[in-house]
Structures are given as structure tokens and as C-alpha cells.
Design a protein around this ligand. Sequence first.
Ligand code: S3P
Length: 455
Amino acid sequence: MVNKKLLYTDKKIQIFLKFAFISDLLSNKSMDITVEKSKPLKGTIEIPADKSITHRAFMFSALTKGKMLVSNYSRGADCMSTLKIIQNLGCEVNFINEKQVLINAKNAIKPSTAPLDCGNSGTTTRLMMGILSGQKFNSKLFGDISLSKRPMKRVIVPLEEMGAKFIHNDYKLPIEIEGADLHGITYNSPLASAQVKSCLLLAGLYADGTTYFTEPYKSRNHTELMFEYMGADINIENNTVSVKKSTLNPTDITICGDISSAAFFIVAALITPDSDITIKNAGINITRSGILDVLKEMNGDIEIINERIISNEKVADIKVRYSNLKAAAVEGAIIPRLIDEIPALVIAATQAEGTTIIKDAQDLRNKEADRISAVAGEFKKLGADITETSDGFIINGKTILEGDCEIECFHDHRIAMSAYTAGLICKKPIKINEFQWVDISFPEFLALHSKLTIN
Ligand code: S3P
């Protein structure tokens, strides 16, 4: 087990918000670690706040005319990128205590004197593009090496249809946004994407008329739920969401735990013999909980207890015990409900009897890394029987993972955490290079692992 100091203590967050560029901070901080075969995982942890919901709480608070208290926010670097951007756009950011930040929008966002750094965060970029397109001023967005390779055409094309104006680099960052008068459109998205949907709904708050967005399958609906919670004029019918020009009311928000972070611990407990853990306060929104459905279908011993609603989101505690897993077929409508959990699911599949086939997940190639090629390539090194396909994987299980190799993270937090999780059951230790990328979503990852193995 490895020890690591948190990159983001409260003091550091404050210093960072003043001076640092997130991209530089993580790229320059190389942290290689070794993971050894683990003891059983036992005990209870509280999972840190949801990244997707934190982004939205920070951004939406900037669009109100008042003050909003955000409790239990994510301290991951991605959400810090968003927080720093809204600060650069004129919001006052006050850390009240370890868990709460008060955001004062001071009436309206204002032009930033400096270009806005989206760091490694696709959600920050795409949602901010929706917001900034409808302003009366110009802005410029940039990001780190990984983010600068990611496709922005998916938001630029519909935003331009709404009247937005951009200067871009072959539809990639850096992107200049000229504030424009927007009008509503009816957009049939070829992709089930919450980032595209949220981008258009945010632009829709500034557009004349109504903005309609339809997607082939339902993607995560945190924007819709938070819009409702904050009083926007929104309507939802099956896979179509529409919004009329409207304002958001400042409304205090408490953010639930991140099911995507929890997924690594759920899989770790399912595959590490004799494990028995409880994960408290995890968001189980139906548009995010596909991983629970699939792992249960794979014979995973998973129990959902203490269901409740927090700030319009469904939350529960999750009990997980070591299980004899069996293979599953994962495709179609469930994919957007577990897109970020697929690297974790692949580890479970290596330990399941039979052949697991994951299809329709081609958009994994457009994440922080090409997650299809990265997962297949790195897991093969561990000893997994895995074949990369154009839109997913074929995994034959159950395989003994030998380990005894070096894994690369490709600037991708989820590759880092999935390698660590697989390392827990490898026969021999593995080395993970540049593990600091875990800080993008889950700076508390190693500390929580230690908590579950002190037994
Ligand atoms: C996110 C949506 C998903 C997800 C990403 C976060 C969001 O991306 O993969 O990690 O917060 O809206 P897509 O919308 O590109 O599918």
C-alpha cells in the first residue's frame, strides 16, 4: 500500500485558485506507485462527491443573481478547473469550511481578463461553451495535451446552428467564443451525450424561443434535475428535453457521492477474496446506475440500502461482498448509463466465468485517453484475455492476472484507478506510472483504500 499526500488541501485549493494552471500542476507532478496483492477489503467508507454534479453546481451558481452554498463538493482537479473559471468570470468563491463553498455570482458573469483553463476536463469545456456562447462578451478556452486532442465538433455544430460564433483549431481547443444572440433549435443528436445535451440546454437559457434536444438513449440527467431544482423553464418527454429562455434561482445544493468513483471500490470488493464493504452516500440516479445492474446480473453480491433524495438526486448506501462472477453481454441503451465505469467493469469481466462482450461503446475512444485501446493494451500486460473491437471489448474469464509489469495512465484518471484495482489481485506487484492523474476526479482514492485494508 502506498501513502500519498493530497494535492488539494483547502489551503492549496485557495492558493491554486489564485495562481496555478491545473494542467501544469498535474503534468509536472510525476508520481509512480507500486501496487501489491491486497488483503480482503473490509469496513465502511463515504464516497467523495460526484464530479458531474459538482461541475454543474459550480457553473449554475455562476448564472444566478445571488449567493449559493455548495456542500460536499468534489475536490478533484476537473471541478477545480470549473471553479477557477467561474472565479475568472467574476464570481466570488469563499471556502466556508472543509465541506462547503459559498459562490456569489455578483449579479452576472463578466469577461475574463485571461484565457480560461479547462485543464483535463471535457465537461468544463463543453458546458462552458454553451454558457459563453450566449454572453455579451468574448472568451477563450484552452486545455492540457489530452483535452486539446478531444473533439468539440459535437457541440460546435449545434451551437453554430443556434447562432454561436467560434474560432477553433479544426474543432479542437484552443477555442475563441464570440458572444452572440442565440435562438432555439430542434436538435436530434446522433450521440447519447450529457455533455452535448447540457451544453445546448445552457445555451438555451440565453436563446430566444425554445431549445429542443433529443438523443438516441437517455444520458445522465443531472442538468435537467438541477435546472428543475433551480427553477428553469424545462420540459422532459422521453428522450427529449426542452428549455425556454429563463433564469436560475440561487438554491443551496448538497452533492451526493460519485457512483463512478464508487465503481472502483465495488469491483475491488467483488474480486478480492473475503471482502465485505459498505459505501455510504453514493448517487444512484437511474441514468448513472447501469454498473450496479450489470454487476448484479454478473452474480455480484450487491445490496442497496437506505435510499433517499438529496438535492433532487437519488442516493443510497451500497453493501458489496466478494462474489463468484459470471460473464454478461453489455450493449445498447445501458452504455450511456455506465460509460465511465467500463474500465472498472472490464476488470470484473476478467474475473467472471465465460465471455463478456461489451459493444456500442465507441465513444470511449474520445475520452481523456482512447479508453478502448488503453484498457485492452494495459490489461493484456497484466495477463488478461482481452480483445479490442471497434466499439468495445471481448473478455474471456476467469483469468489469473500475473502482474509484474509497468502500466501507463495516458493522462487518464480512470485508467489509473482501474490499473490500481486490477493490481489488487495480481500475483506479482505492478508499477503504475504517473498515478497523479487520479487527482482529476478522486484525490482521496489511496487514503480510502488504506482505510479498507487496515484490518
Ligand atoms: C459527463 C458526461 C459523459 C461522461 C463524462 C461526464 C457529464 O460524457 O463520460 O465523464 O458530466 O456530463 P459524454 O457526454 O461525452 O458522454
